[in-house]
Design a protein around this ligand. Structure first.
Ligand code: HEM
Length: 377
């Protein structure tokens, strides 16, 4: 029950019921050699398959190897089981075409049109040191040490081929991705993930999440696109805000998660409903209204983010927030218009700041003889 299968038609870690913990890493490729890159992807695949099964990176790698060599496995997960570890890989725009326009690894013509750098959004305060990357690996598990062990060992063997650019730890999943899960809460105290695309909705997944053969790049069929945003939550101003204002900003009740004006969490959102003085019950600039499919011509995404608290910022504030992760079939047609609508109008903007951003093409699942990226190279 603790092992999530590594191989399959789609990668694990997307519709897998969201685990509790995350370690997300973005790498730059430092080699110019396609062969070295492919060799690393093959090696990573072997290690990832073993680690997701709860095994060491190699048989006996932690303590049974030669005494005068560094161990093949760093060992901190030795007594832990798989804890539903999933490892999900993605390729950034810069892997295909370098900043100078160079075809770095002979794959420039395989760059999907959907994999373009995101535009600048109103209010963005992006830190380049927490943005972008040639390759990402999302590690999710129910034990943080298992997730960290996986990223650490993949980064370790990547030395000389890739370099860690940035990474993020997350706790307390902020979305449910399956109807089997209860809805967790984000650091603003609200249930998050109530109205999300869920694993049990194959038609919605086909329409909004999985890349199809006709989308332009055959190697991506069964894959998806990952958008990551490190969103700082301005906890202190929020905590001085009244409950009424907090609920107005989101558009839902804090306790039950029900839409304003309704009783139960999963009651439909009545965007047309008017209250006292003819004012809309769900405010015009409430987060759930502006992010809804109803406001965006039917657009939906699958959210799979995590809370983070990275200590404090030196000015007496927690460096806390939401590490937002979304999967969608076309970031340009889905995430971009959604975020543009939110960036311009969302009442939530007073309490949040986007400080990191990245987008990756997440290839389809690894088949019996495949490796991470084998449909691309
Ligand atoms: C819904 C919080 C950022 C997209 C919600 C809900 C909450 C919430 C509490 C209601 C529960 C639910 O239906 O899941 C937040 C917080 C954010 C944030 C605290 C930032 C720190 C974003 C961003 C996007 C987004 C950046 C996308 C660009 C959505 C969508 C929904 C939603 C699509 C469902 C709307 C619906 O159809 O009802 N969010 N969110 N959120 N959020 Fe966010």
């Amino acid at each position: 029950s603790e092992v999530v299968p590594f191989r399959g038609g789609v990668q694990a870690g997307i519709v897998t019921p969201a685990q509790d913990r995350m370690h997300f890493a973005a790498f730059d490729v430092t080699t110019e050699s396609r062969d070295e890159l492919v060799a690393l992807l093959k090696k990573w695949t072997q290690m990832a398959e073993r680690m997701t099964a709860g095994l060491e990176t190699t048989e006996g790698g932690a303590v049974d190897g030669a005494e005068y060599r560094p161990p093949d496995d760093t060992g901190e997960a030795l007594d832990l089981d798989a804890c539903q570890l999933t490892l999900t890989i993605g390729f950034g725009p810069s892997l295909f075409v370098g900043a100078d326009g160079a075809d770095r690894f002979g794959i420039a013509d395989k760059r999907p049109a959907q994999l373009a750098d995101l535009p600048k959004f109103t209010g963005d305060a992006l830190d380049p040191a927490r943005s972008g990357g040639d390759i990402c690996i999302q590690a999710c598990a129910n034990d943080p040490q298992v997730a960290v062990h996986a990223i650490r060992n993949l980064a370790r063997v990547g030395f000389g081929t890739v370099a860690l650019k940035w990474s993020q730890l997350g706790f307390g999943r902020t979305s449910s991705t399956s109807t089997s899960q209860t809805t967790p809460r984000n650091l603003f105290g609200f249930k998050d993930g109530t109205r999300n695309v869920k694993a049990e909705e194959p038609a919605a997944l086909a329409e909004h999440v999985w890349a199809a053969p006709l989308d332009g790049q055959l190697w991506m069929a069964g894959g998806s696109y990952l958008v990551a945003r490190r969103i700082r939550m301005l906890i202190e101003p929020w905590d001085r805000t009244t409950l009424h204002e907090q609920e107005r900003v989101i558009g839902r009740s804090k306790g039950s998660g029900a839409p304003l004006g309704e009783r139960d969490e999963f009651d439909p959102l009545e965007f047309e409903a008017k209250g006292a003085g003819g004012k809309p019950v769900i405010d015009e600039d409430a987060h759930v209204r502006l992010a809804s499919a109803e406001a965006l011509g039917g657009i939906q995404i699958l959210r799979r983010g995590y809370n983070f608290t990275d200590g404090s910022d030196g000015f007496g504030h927690l460096d806390a927030g939401l590490f937002f992760i979304a999967y969608c079939r076309d970031p340009q047609a889905q995430f971009v218009p959604m975020q543009q609508n939110l960036a311009r109008n969302d009442a939530l903007n007073e309490y949040i700041k986007h400080v990191g951003s990245a987008v990756f093409a997440v290839p389809p699942g690894v088949g019996d003889d495949g490796y991470w990226g084998s449909t691309l190279f």
